[in-house]
Design a protein around this ligand. Structure first.
Ligand code: AVJ
Length: 321
């Protein structure tokens, strides 16, 4: 029903615009200033992220994809027949195709993403290539929880959470989210998750501060989005992309650093920046397999099987509740 659908998506859009505004105003009022990384993914941000994934220096996508290809049969067997696959943060669903191609007779694919246009376009493309699969996109911020269609209640449900997006969360938030996933996947189902592993610092710095400046543009795009959607006046060229590795916390930290002392207007509010003051825009935590398994266990998920690459850069892990 097209009328019902457009009414629903308008309500969602209004609600998410309001939340975006609240989160930005609250984040810029904090010391230190902080903007949630989930807001990177407007249309332009989703495209820039896809460009990052193509960079030679950005090892996670290519490494994870290769792990999926090399172990497709074993992963398919682990997930089993007739599965409903729910993907958290599906983006362009590129890795999912490798998975779908090796699943025995999957029932449905439910991509969940915050970026509506990108999600619906991806779903349409998938429908062309997988005509027998029930494809049911859900526009949602998966960190806030969402409802699954009732029809699939009795099918084995696997949550697919690739890309090491879990690395964006601090450990208590990661445990909370893994706990909700544990509640979603039933006894015949499980969780298949991509986890980026700790590694040589220079490899990480090259991946998060690429020499073509794509990651810098991806980071600064958040300010363009705030200007456009929240009536703000960030002079975007006066903020520079900074990527540092925090060894104590095993994480990459991305910032936007003010090049000068300046005042920025966002709607009815004003925010002062000192020269060199940074806005934290993203954490990307790096784990090792044991530490991640311990974290998941706190959420009631037990590890079944782990696949990695020869360099030990990345892990794909299967868990059951
Ligand atoms: C999509 C969160 C997995 O942390 O590597 C890439 C996002 N940020 N380059 C990551 C990202 C900068 C990415 N995740």
């Amino acid at each position: 029903n097209p009328v019902l659908f457009s009414a629903e998506s308008t309500a969602l859009a209004d609600d998410s615009e309001f939340r975006f505004q609240q989160d930005v105003l609250a984040g810029l009022a904090k010391t230190p200033k902080h903007l949630p990384c989930k807001y990177f993914y407007d249309e332009r941000g989703s495209k820039l992220f896809d460009e990052i994934c193509e960079l030679d220096s950005y090892y996670p996508t290519r490494t994870e994809t290769q792990i999926m290809i090399d172990n497709a049969d074993a992963i398919g067997r682990r997930i089993g027949a007739g599965a409903v696959l729910v993907e958290y943060g599906s983006g362009s669903s590129t890795k999912t195709r490798k998975l779908l191609d090796h699943l025995p007779d999957p029932t449905a694919y439910i991509p969940v993403d915050i970026s509506e246009g990108h999600l619906l376009m991806t779903a349409d493309r998938l429908r062309l290539d997988y005509p027998d699969l029930d494809i049911h996109p859900i526009v949602a911020d998966f960190t806030q929880g969402f409802d699954l269609p009732e029809v699939y209640r009795d099918a084995p449900l696997t949550v697919y959470f690739p890309g090491s997006t879990i690395g964006n969360l601090e450990s208590s938030d990661a445990v909370d989210l893994l706990g909700r996933i544990a509640g979603q996947c039933n006894a015949q189902g499980g969780l298949l998750i991509g986890v980026d592993l700790d590694k040589d610092e220079q490899v990480l710095l090259d991946a998060y501060d690429d020499n073509q400046g794509v990651t810098a543009e991806f980071n600064r795009n958040l300010l363009h989005r705030i200007n456009r959607e929240l009536n703000a006046n960030f002079a975007v060229e006066r903020f520079k992309h900074v990527a540092i590795y925090n060894r104590g916390e095993s994480r990459m930290e991305l910032y936007l650093e003010s090049c000068v002392e300046q005042v920025v207007v966002v709607g009815d509010s004003q925010f002062a920046f000192r020269q060199g003051e940074r806005i934290l825009t993203e954490y990307s935590h790096k784990y090792n397999v044991t530490r991640f398994a311990e974290l998941a266990l706190q959420a009631g998920l037990g590890v079944d099987e782990v696949w990695t690459d020869a360099n030990g850069y990345f892990a794909v892990m299967h868990f059951s509740a």
